[in-house]
Ligand binder design. Sequence first.
Ligand code: 7RM
Length: 650
Amino acid sequence: MNEDLNGIEALAYELRKFPPSLEFVANALVSDESLYDEAAANHEKFWERQARELVDWNEPWTKVCEWDLPYSEWFVGGKLNVSFNCLDRHVLAGKGNKVAFFWEGEPGDTRVVTYSELLDEVQKFANVLKSLGVEKGDRVNIYLPMIPEAAVAMLACARIGAAHSVVFGGFSSQALADRINDAEAKVLITADGGWRRGEVFPLKSQADDAVKLTSTIEHVVVVKRGGNDVEMQEGRDHWYHEIMETASAVCPAEPMDSEQLLFLLYTSGTTGKPKGIMHTTGGYLTHVAYTFKYVFDHKPETDIFWCTADVGWVTGHSYIVYGPLANGATQVMYEGVPNFPGTDRMWSIIEKYRATIFYTAPTAIRTYMKWGTQEPAKHDLSSLRLMGSVGEPINPEAWMWYHEHIGGGKCPIVDTWWQTETGGIMIAPLPGVTVTKPGSATRPLPGVGAELVDELGRSVTKGGGYLTLTKPWPGMLRGIWGDQNRYRETYWSRFSDRYFAGDGAKLDDEGYLWLLGRVDDVMNVSGHRISTTEVESALVSHPSVAEAAVVGASDATTGQAIIAYVTLRGGLEVDEKVLRDHVAQEIGAIAKPKTIYFTPDLPKTRSGKIMRRLLRDVAEGRNLGDTTTLADASVVNELQRRAVETPTED
Ligand code: 7RM
């Protein structure tokens, strides 16, 4: 056990190792240390080569990187158009008939969109935006379901230099209004409704309520998808299919400055109003094109890529829209939930489209585990050759389940650590190079500088610490919209000369990084700093447990006591004591939960991250704080009711 109290104690130890198969290595884009060596030798030269090889520029840059902490500019003076890079250049290269999206609607309807069709649609919609008064530098809000028009709208903005701000369709009208107001958006693009769990959910009525709370929206464009009734306000609201009919077909891609604002994406901080994370053009595109190509070992001629994220999150921006399209990828896009009409929907889609690369989140994987192995077993998943994970630490048991039951034991898993703020993947294996360990994101990618430090900012080379980023990178955020003080405060003040991501991690004997979750989630039990992730992983490693959330609640004797909320795998039961002993055996007696609550569901954000803050409120008997970002509020209300009824035992 690591007794260093400065950092976060690293307790559990995972010994399994998975090298890529010889066959995978033989066909991989990278199968040796060359990229790492090249980047280590010269950081800027490395990124400059990526920018030159992966992106088409209208004008060359004069400087690779201008770094004045905490601000960076990349490919300074260079000009390019993101939409041209994602569309025109592939069509010009004769790939117009290549499929960009195999789209599958939740009810089972389908659409196939080729690169030339996507280009036609984007040009027309760019002209629509112009006709509605949108100019370079303006902000456009997008509030859509998972339909191809979401990508069209984003790329049309990029084509004319307007910044988009996509708001996830599951957010409320108030959340949408806050984001419109902060960005002062001129135009809102929405739909009548979308499909979710067999029903149409309304978007336009939510959008109407939001627009009432704002003063900047001049026009609303409405895509017809749900077929539900909507009210259209004369002069302000326009049906997408009507306004597209008369739009002119040609809208040349205008070269943009490399530092032109490409998008804002709002992310909630721990307190206060959401932050509009700013991303710009040349550096961002280079970063996502590079990471998509090499982390997913992407072969444009043969791969079918499926990222299950919503376009409302950064993962959808970077790995459904910009990264894959810049690489000319063919993708699957799915509109709905994973359990409609049955709990095997995802596996039936993989089988149907012969997807080769699958990118999803640990929360989804743990849900699939709960539904049972018989679901993937119904389908032929042999087309898969590589799988990814993003969004949270992946527990070793979930990793193993994914590996065996989805990947058939043969697919490398790339556990990708990154944030809205980083723009693209930062820490992940290169699948043809890295020997993976279940639960470890392994090491920083070539071109990324990451270091663990202790409370005082001193380098930690083994054990737990704070994850920091030491070098500027092309996809890094350029700030927080309208609040640059908060930018400096949030990311650059904890440690003087580096970016602090807010995550804890540990380094093992071989230099592998293990993410331990947000540092606000770290518990302090009798002076031991214990990560919630490790206790959760120990719980999930018990065969009856599907998912676990662990929090520290104040305790008179130990400072904090470990409280666990556990969801069991379908049909199974287990005694609380058995689980407590299991944790003691996996980690040590110090990590034994004081109380375990069994619950059918855990409180999660709409993007699937467990909200431990709320569970802490429940465990400490407080009124719940802000619950607006919660996907399903009834889950925590029920836990709260039971916390009052169940006396804490020991
Ligand atoms: C891409 C995304 C960022 C936070 C980040 C972490 C957590 C994301 C991993 C992970 C462990 C991973 N952007 N996180 N990926 N933790 N392993 N592979 O999720 O802005 O929404 O969230 O998510 O805490 O700081 S995000």
